[in-house]
Design a protein around this ligand. Sequence first.
Ligand code: SF4
Length: 284
Amino acid sequence: MNLTVANVSQILTRTSGFLHEVCSHSLQPYRGCAFGNSLCGVGCYVRHNIYVTRGEPWGTFVEARTNAAEIYRNQYERERNWARARRGQFGIFLSSSTEPFQPAEMKHRVTRNVLEAMVDCPPDFVILQTHSHHVSDYLDLYPRLIRATKLRVHLSIESDRDDLPGLPRSASPVSKRIEAAGTLKQAGVPVVIMVAPLLPIDRPEEFFRRLAEVADAVVIDHFIAGDGSQNGARTLRTDLPEAMEAIDPESVKLAYREQMVKVARSYFPGKVGVNIAGFAGKYE
Ligand code: SF4
């Protein structure tokens, strides 16, 4: 892992593509991801983004943007005014192409510093998207953030399994992520579990029952309809579908999403989001 530091001139990016419907801006405290060679990295769409990878293999580099909080403060007023005028609200997705709580955060605290800056310069809402149980490390900070802005944590837990045949294990164990969700919820932080991309679930009833104890809502998405390419073409080129099929051939079909949505609805009545609507906070 090649860990470097960098100063950036901009940290707030106006959204396009699927995020356009979700919020006005995204914010990446790091470039690259230390989870790139774990289970979530196999189907991670960012690995194909040449602007992010600059030709380096995904999972081999992390660049900490150590001046991110300062640049956020510099960009704040202009981007907030633009967002409110053009998009209705100034909403930030943190993060869409990196992991905000990856190991480098323990040393550089880039995410922490940005969240502190948001207490002083609050957006209208912030979505904290993570695959890591370390999201619960900042419990001291979240109450201040919640007083300043609308915060919701999107914690990805794609299955009750930590591994699929032939693929690397999860970087953050499922049990620890569920525990972190419970800790956040108990502290009054709104938590949404992102079962996205949906992987084969060993015991669906037990899984969603457990999630309902630790989260406020759940979002389910399948790579066929949710990886940003036609019929999941991007994911179909990876090793993920074959590994899913080895566990459960039905899991690579879109109908599997509907099966799981049905189970989820019995434990999260009125609180199940599907596909992009779910990312945007719309639940049924
Ligand atoms: S944590 Fe997110 S950005 Fe990092 S490899 Fe996994 S899916 Fe990709």
